[in-house]
Write a protein that binds this ligand. Structure first.
Ligand code: P61
Length: 460
């Protein structure tokens, strides 16, 4: 079967309301044309993010009832730690309440008191970049060039360019690179996977220069599944074996459990470095809590432990990846420009080609997210100029991102395939009417991560 069916049935349902066209026009105006400002009840299909939006299983809910809320040494922590050891294999496991806290703890520790440090990555996600830059570092994106061509088909468009990495090390000096990273799958670059060969090659290069290697592991299981189906030599390996190998090359990871741990809240930092673990633990106590809960309840730790086990199931991953692929295929067939091939957790509309008449300075991605909402009650997220354009500190000139994307992130185990068909049909209708969509300008923006709270208005 080309698109394997759901390996679950529905036990609990949550009603979602339809709104009228007029209602949505008023809502989006009130929201300052920023879909982050829309009350979720006014959304029909919410594809803003796959983060924290998974449906938990009956087993996870049962696990929640077994929450041990002891302040110190909760039994759920030991289950959580054992599961992370089984998959990731790092020596120290430090829970956090979400991924960006793991990033904040890491970068506020390794970048402290030193200027001019550089962190390479295939692509930093926005929270990672923000945490690097806020702590005085420079975030370098070194993804392979082909990733910038939305139409180029390649199995591992998330790979880092090892020549660019070698050049960076040569130019800035290994002592100015406290760690190197890979984000798997590569969220800002279209949810594209990184190959095992590239993970291994990155580790070898960094380690040759004594630079520790960390993985942003949010979507590790989806990445492992792509390795299994696309990379020679992995077809007969289990997802667990592949994940074990991926992390065996690294010195640690940051993880937002809100993605591939199939929960609504949680994260962790893991490392083999004793001294770093000690420093981070001390900071954790200051800002998150005691090291066996780190900002989470015991029940949350239990749900993560069970989710990490469930996400390794191949029938789940086959359904998951193919649900995303099927939406992508429907759009491609209708000629809608999307980033190809489809990634693991989302379909990314190519807003530059969808709306070629809107220049990047007028936020084509925002224009598309607003139209998706007003046309069909669908919420997507712009991953383009509102999120990433910034002024060059020296020249003051605005630097625009290469890609102008609108991401339709698919929550895990949440929407049925007929709801996905509704999404596809409405996007196709919008594409046919694209000339009538216009650009936007900013009315208000914050200094950091402006896309969350910005207010815009239509031009014309
Ligand atoms: C997302 F609009 N991602 O994709 P936290 N690394 C990576 C992520 O994808 C990620 C984090 C670290 C989100 C949520 C999100 O501007 C936005 O648990 C590869 O969210 O702290 C999160 O993990 C951070 C959406 C984050 C956004 C920031 O939708």
């Amino acid at each position: 079967m080309k698109y394997p069916p759901e390996p679950f049935r529905i036990k609990t349902v949550e009603a979602i309301a339809r709104t009228t066209d007029w209602e949505r026009l008023a809502v989006i105006q009130d929201a300052g044309y920023n879909v982050f400002n829309i009350p979720a009840e006014k959304i029909y299909i919410d594809l803003l993010t796959d983060s924290g939006t998974s449906a938990m299983s009956d087993n996870q809910w049962a696990g929640m009832m077994k929450g041990d809320e002891s302040y110190a040494g909760s039994k759920n922590y030991f289950h959580f730690e054992a599961m992370i050891n089984k998959i990731f294999g790092f020596k120290h496991v430090i829970p956090t309440h979400q991924g960006r806290v793991a990033e904040n703890l890491l970068f506020s520790t390794i970048l402290k008191d030193r200027k001019g440090l550089v962190i390479p990555n295939n692509n930093h996600f926005d929270t990672t970049r923000a945490n690097v830059e806020y702590n005085g570092g420079r975030a370098e994106d070194l993804v392979i060039d082909i990733a910038k061509d939305t139409q180029a088909i390649d199995d591992f468009k998330g790979n880092i360019d090892l020549d660019k990495l070698a050049n960076l090390i040569h130019n800035v000096g290994a002592k100015n690179i406290p760690i190197g990273m890979l984000t798997i799958t590569n969220n800002s670059g279209g949810g594209q996977p990184v190959s095992m060969a590239n993970i291994r090659g990155t580790a070898e290069l960094l380690h040759k220069h004594e630079i520790p290697f960390y993985i942003d592991a949010c979507r590790f299981a989806e990445n492992a599944y792509f390795i299994k189906i696309r990379e020679d030599g992995y077809q007969d390996k289990s997802i667990l074996e592949i994940a074990n190998e991926m992390f065996s090359y690294a010195d640690g990871c940051t993880m937002s459990a809100k993605k591939d741990a199939l929960v609504n809240m949680g994260g962790f930092f893991a490392t083999n470095d004793d001294e770093l673990a000690q420093q981070i633990t001390n900071r954790l106590i200051l800002i998150e809590g005691f090291p066996t809960y780190g900002g989470l309840a015991g029940r949350d730790l239990e749900a993560i432990a069970i989710g990490l086990e469930e996400v390794l199931h191949e029938d789940y991953l086959a359904y998951r990846i193919s649900q995303v692929e099927e939406l992508g295929d429907r759009l491609i067939e209708a000629g809608v420009p999307i980033l190809r091939p489809t990634g693991g957790h989302a379909v990314y509309l190519d807003a530059k080609n969808f709306l070629p008449h809107i220049p990047q300075s007028q936020f084509p991605g925002i224009a598309l997210t607003v139209s998706l909402y007003t046309h069909a009650g669908i919420r997507a997220v712009e991953i383009g100029s509102l999120m990433f354009a910034h002024d060059d500190p020296e020249t003051g000139e605005t630097i625009y991102p290469h890609l102008e994307l609108v991401r339709l992130a698919i929550p895990r185990r949440v929407y049925t395939n007929s709801q996905m068909q509704y999404v596809a049909e409405n996007i196709i209708e919008l594409y046919e009417d694209r000339e009538n969509i216009g650009g936007y300008e900013i009315e208000y923006q914050a200094q950091v991560l402006r896309h969350f709270t910005a207010r815009l208005k239509p031009l014309q």
